[in-house]
Design a protein around this ligand. Structure first.
Ligand SMILES: Nc1ncnc2c1ncn2[C@@H]1O[C@H](COP(=O)(O)OP(=O)(O)O)[C@@H](O)[C@H]1O
Ligand SMILES: O=P(O)(O)OC[C@H]1O[C@@H](O)[C@H](O)[C@@H](O)[C@@H]1O
Length: 451
């Protein structure tokens, strides 16, 4: 193995290191960004009030449709809340086609969504076809993009993130755009609530866990973001809290940028190849859409400059975004030469010897570890600065990255231990399975109650 390959990998790994004092500085930066976002709009963090003022007790009951528009998937769900933190759910899932989410017009996306709602209704509620408006099915809509809200259903799309790029939809109320599409199709559905998926994850965790101290909902999926519960009196920009003492906030922390956590060359190259260059810098180091691409760029650098893989660019991963983060998960699950050789063989990657294979393992590993360490910053900052320091607190998490990346929560806890010390033991972290769907149903229920 060429010595300079080993040096190059050691350098790369040190570039991906996030020392604890850098994380602590970033926590201070985050707190400043949070407070600025609460003071006024158009700051780096949207800090968008969700117009949800309480968390479920677990005793809620009712039947709702739920629609979840994420970064990768569209899910249509039927949710039956049974009380006692229990529910039944039936859901359909479809991958969002690239040409629909990157389009001059929003109509193909609206048609795609309505097609799937129509299919779901014809299969599950044929009796609802053609009913009068008062018998429409109530639906909660989880819209996983930065939006400002004036109420639980009145929203304005601030910008697209992840892989979406539909310019004409920016500045509009996507919920009402969808409502018009459903009306054109005569679909018997009424949207009662529009929520962010982090808000859905928080309320779902509160409903299903009898922890009674859920303080945050966090997503590690295609993108990354968090929601928490703020005192309405601590939100200067909030004009009308509707005399509610508490307000759930969609932070939009994916947009964070921390001076103390500088970008690597791979981050900068990746950023130029996205529909939103210069934005979502936190998310582009943390979430599922990006980790596989970072690894691909690191491999290319080692191939081009250090003659790894005999200088051969593998045809199957020549294009940007052609290496899924699930490949990283399969690599890091087991630090052995044979495992990484097996996982990367289909991608045309060959190794001179076992020690070279283990070097490339270490490249994969440090990308995922950095994601988990950076993720501790907003979580630790919120824990300390919003009145929970020293107390037990519960966090709901959801998303395929946190669900499937080996030991993601473990690495996150290690980082929380580094920055919080003993307090880390006070924090429970649990998967809020189906957070988007259940959360949308719970918020639709609250909206109907408050009507
Ligand atoms: N096994 C896996 N390991 C790591 N990441 C994964 C895995 N499977 C899917 N992902 C990533 O998770 C993201 C999809 O997250 P998910 O929560 O399922 O969808 P959405 O973001 O649409 O809600 C994608 O970026 C994908 O690359
Ligand atoms: O569930 P997903 O698609 O991974 O979304 C996670 C986050 O992705 C970010 O890009 C969005 O701005 C957030 O609103 C969202 O919560």
């Amino acid at each position: 193995m060429e010595a300079n390959l080993e040096q190059a990998v050691k350098k790369l790994i040190s570039d991906f290191e996030c020392p604890t004092d850098a994380l602590k500085h970033a926590m201070e930066d985050f707190d400043e960004l949070r407070r600025k976002g609460l003071e006024k709009d158009d700051e780096m963090l949207a800090m968008a009030p969700a117009y949800i003022s309480s968390v479920p007790t677990g005793e809620e009951t009712g039947d709702f449709l739920a629609l979840d528009l994420g970064g990768t998937n569209l899910r249509v769900c039927w949710v039956r809340l049974l009380g006692e933190g229990k529910y039944e759910m039936k859901q359909s899932k479809a991958t969002l086609p690239r040409e629909i989410v990157r389009n001059e017009s929003a109509q193909p996306l609206v048609d795609f969504i309505c097609d799937h709602i129509e299919l779901f209704i014809n299969e599950n509620f044929p009796e609802k076809v053609g009913v009068p408006e008062k018998e429409f099915l109530p639906m909660g809509f989880t819209f996983s993009y930065p939006m400002s809200q004036r109420s639980i259903v009145d929203t304005t799309l601030i910008r697209w993130t992840k892989g979406f790029n539909i310019p004409e939809a920016i500045g509009l109320d996507f919920g009402s755009t969808l409502t018009q599409g459903m009306k054109d199709r005569k679909l018997p559905v009424v949207i009662e609530a529009v929520i962010n998926d982090t808000v859905g994850t928080l309320v779902t965790r509160a409903y299903t866990s009898n922890a009674y101290n859920t303080i945050m909902g966090v997503i590690f999926g295609t993108g990354s973001n968090g929601a928490y519960i703020e005192n309405s009196s601590d939100i200067p920009k909030l004009n009308d809290a509707g005399n509610k003492e508490k307000m759930l906030i969609n932070i939009e922390w994916g947009a964070s940028s921390f001076k103390s956590l500088p970008a690597t060359r791979y981050d900068l190259l990746l950023d130029h190849d996205t529909p939103n260059p210069g934005r979502q810098m936190f998310e582009k180091r943390v979430s599922g859409m990006y980790l596989g691409e970072l690894f691909r760029r690191a491999l290319f650098h080692l191939i081009k400059v250090y003659n790894f893989n005999n200088g051969i660019i593998p045809p199957s991963v020549t294009d940007s975004w052609s290496l899924e983060t699930s490949v990283l998960s399969r690599i890091v699950v087991n630090r052995s030469a044979e495992n990484i050789k097996e996982v990367l063989r289909p991608y045309g990657i060959r190794f001179r010897d076992d020690s070279e294979a283990l070097l490339i393992y270490d490249v994969a590993y440090c990308i995922g570890r950095r994601s988990a360490r950076i993720s501790s910053v907003p979580i630790a900052s919120l824990y300390l600065t919003t009145g929970h320091a020293g107390k037990k607190a519960d966090i709901g998490v959801d998303g395929s990255l946190v669900e499937h990346y080996p030991n993601f929560v473990g690495m996150l806890r290690d980082a929380l231990k580094d920055v919080l010390g003993e307090d880390e033991k006070n924090i429970s972290i649990g998967i809020a399975k189906d957070g988007s769907g259940i959360g949308a149903a719970l918020c639709a229920l609250q909206a109907v109650k408050e009507k």
